[in-house]
Design a protein around this ligand. Structure first.
Ligand code: HEM
Length: 227
């Protein structure tokens, strides 16, 4: 047990517990017929929400490291991103298989008719290369292009928030309909994107340095020369 905790950090353990427990809960609810009167829609919605939550958590790692200097967060982006991709994939499988029974012409027709689904499809298509190249071997192979490719996540996150908000058919301006949750996700994503701007990063770094000053160990002062 001791070596387990030496090998994995609490944050790592928390991420894997969230990643798998959400799936286990979904499966248990499915087996127990505990997924509302419309189980397929419930599955679609729950997997979609887990996907966006994990994506936002992955997006949070860099700005939170800039703010608090918690470098471990940078190492956890990959796991969070891959879990987001896992839930997004299940979400898409539920849509094409359980919801539309793989009737491709009907699926295509629905996609064309509902712009929020087009946005979902675009986000998913962009997530695929990011997920597959998230491993170190691809980082080495792609060199500078790896970073460029992975910066797509800053486009994907707002698109997914749009997919969420648009699908809810609420009115953002009149604050009507089921818009609170998509609104919260959108605001969080906007804040994290703003925190990445170079000027904001600089300002945050200086705030961090000021906050951390009292916690930094003072350099031991050299003893005064005794005569
Ligand atoms: C091929 C791509 C996609 C398709 C076809 C698709 C389809 C759908 C559909 C049909 C719904 C509405 C479910 C309902 O309320 O009846 C939905 C909602 C949602 N989707 Fe997607 N989606 C796609 C990609 C994604 C991706 C990549 C994400 C996140 C990373 C995502 C996150 C969500 C969220 C958060 C919701 C709202 C859940 C809720 O109502 O609580 N979707 N999607």
């Amino acid at each position: 047990m001791k070596s387990f905790f030496k090998r994995y950090t609490p944050l790592q353990i928390a991420i894997h517990i969230y990643g798998w427990s959400a799936l286990v809960r979904l499966i248990i609810d499915l087996i127990n017929h505990n997924l509302t009167a419309n189980p397929i829609q419930a599955l679609e919605q729950r997997t979609g929400r887990h996907a966006i939550t994990l994506l936002v958590l992955a997006l949070a790692c860099t700005p939170l490291n800039n703010l608090f200097g918690w470098r471990e967060l940078l190492k956890r982006r990959r796991a969070l991103g891959l879990y987001a991709f896992l839930y997004a994939t299940i979400h898409v499988i539920v849509f094409v298989d359980l919801d539309y029974g793989l009737a491709w012409s009907l699926i295509l027709q629905t996609i064309i008719q509902k712009p929020y689904i087009v946005v979902g499809v675009l986000s998913f298509l962009m997530l695929i290369p990011i997920a597959f190249t998230s491993f170190d071997i691809w980082k080495k192979r792609l060199g500078k292009n790896w970073k460029r490719l992975h910066q797509l996540v800053y486009l994907i996150a707002p698109l997914v928030a749009l997919h969420y908000a648009w699908g809810k058919k609420g009115d953002f301006f009149r604050l009507q309909g089921e818009i609170i949750r998509p609104l919260i996700y959108s605001v969080i994503i906007i804040i994290f994107l703003i925190m990445r701007l170079p000027q904001v990063r600089k300002a945050l770094a200086s705030v961090r340095d000021r906050i951390l000053v009292p916690f930094r160990r003072r350099e031991p002062q050299s003893k005064p020369n005794t005569p």
